[in-house]
Design a binder for this molecule. Structure first.
Ligand SMILES: [Zn+2]
Ligand SMILES: [Zn+2]
Length: 326
């Protein structure tokens, strides 16, 4: 029985004292928020499109690239290790400072408030690719045009859905923790911090406004855009294509070419077959940097009770060899 199963049994919402709705952030997607969200999605993407001409010769330094790569993997692991494997699925236990650090790192990925992220994702696992899944690419049917529409929905469209996942029902464990509630509520602050670090470093190192600008462009805008699209690709691409060596009741697939950029999350078929496993890339040669870091946290004593996939656990979830087709 997984932590998420525990939460979903007894469908009635637990009666936690729920403060005013603004306490956790993001309960209501009103029009202002919709516009802000649209800007957040389109502006970095426009920046990405403008990136190439800028790259030729004058608008990018080694420092910019270094900041981009560092901030990318810092915040990506905040999502994969923190928001996803730890907060959503309870793949391991974390000491308090690690718990807080993971919450902050994930919030800096600019993917919405922590509690909302976790609630949406637990709902995704509960209904995966069936009625109720917040972001299934199969929502509109199985024909090619329906799948094209569905891929767009799973990638970005679902973020604009009026319907909100019930946070009391899906994330009561997080709402109980005041520090986590607060980090979740201060989502805008973490966004500002996340976007401000690269230009601050770039400006101070080069002692120029130009250095601050190029660092902001690459280390903030391009980095956020890239991580957004990689994260959302797990919802869209990894539920449409990929190999399916494991038994799961949905269309999740393992997509190798996203493994490095997604910090190991694109081994998505195994993840749906065994959601609490701390390692997603369980087969030989499957790169999973998140699992590597969790191992280091465990060795340092910051993480414990890690749910590593034993050989028998993996084998029990394998399909018959004949149905291995992608
Ligand atoms: Zn999924
Ligand atoms: Zn998951």
């Amino acid at each position: 029985m997984t932590i998420t199963d525990d939460l979903f049994e007894g469908a009635s919402a637990p009666s936690h004292p729920s403060g005013p709705s603004a306490t956790r952030g993001g309960e209501n997607k009103r029009s202002v928020e919709q516009i802000a969200l649209l800007l957040f999605i389109t502006v970095p993407f426009v920046a990405l499109a403008g990136a190439l001409p800028l790259a030729w010769g004058w608008g990018v330094s080694r420092l910019d690239v270094g900041l981009m790569v560092f901030m990318y993997f810092l915040t990506c692991h905040g999502i994969t290790i923190g928001f996803h494997r730890y907060f959503t699925h309870g793949s391991f236990k974390a000491k308090r400072p690690l718990r807080i650090a993971l919450a902050v790192m994930g919030s800096m990925a600019v993917e919405g408030p922590l509690v909302r992220w976790v609630a949406d994702h637990r709902k995704h696992h509960k209904f995966s690719d069936h009625e109720g899944d917040p972001h299934s690419p199969w929502r509109f049917g199985e024909t090619v045009p329906a799948l094209m529409k569905g891929l767009w929905w799973a990638h970005i469209g679902w973020l604009f859905d009026e319907e909100q996942t019930n946070q009391e029902k899906y994330a009561p464990d997080l709402i109980k923790d005041p520090a986590i509630r607060r980090i979740s509520r201060d989502f805008v602050l973490w966004t500002v911090v996340s976007l401000a670090i690269p230009p601050l470093v770039g400006g101070l190192v080069t002692m120029s406004w130009w250095g601050a600008f190029t660092a902001f462009f690459w280390g903030s805008l391009v980095r956020v855009a890239l991580l957004h699209h990689v994260t959302w690709s797990i919802n869209s691409i990894c539920h449409a294509v990929g190999r399916r060596p494991f038994k799961s009741r949905d269309r999740s697939g393992n997509v190798w070419w996203l493994a490095v950029l997604s910090c190991g999350e694109s081994w998505h078929n195994l993840h749906h077959a065994d959601p609490t496993s701390a390692r997603h890339g369980v087969l030989r040669g499957q790169v999973d940097s998140s699992a590597r870091l969790i191992r280091w946290f465990e060795q340092s004593g910051w993480a414990s009770d890690v749910r590593w996939p034993s050989e028998s656990r993996v084998d029990a979830r394998r399909k018959e060899m004949s149905s291995n087709a992608a």
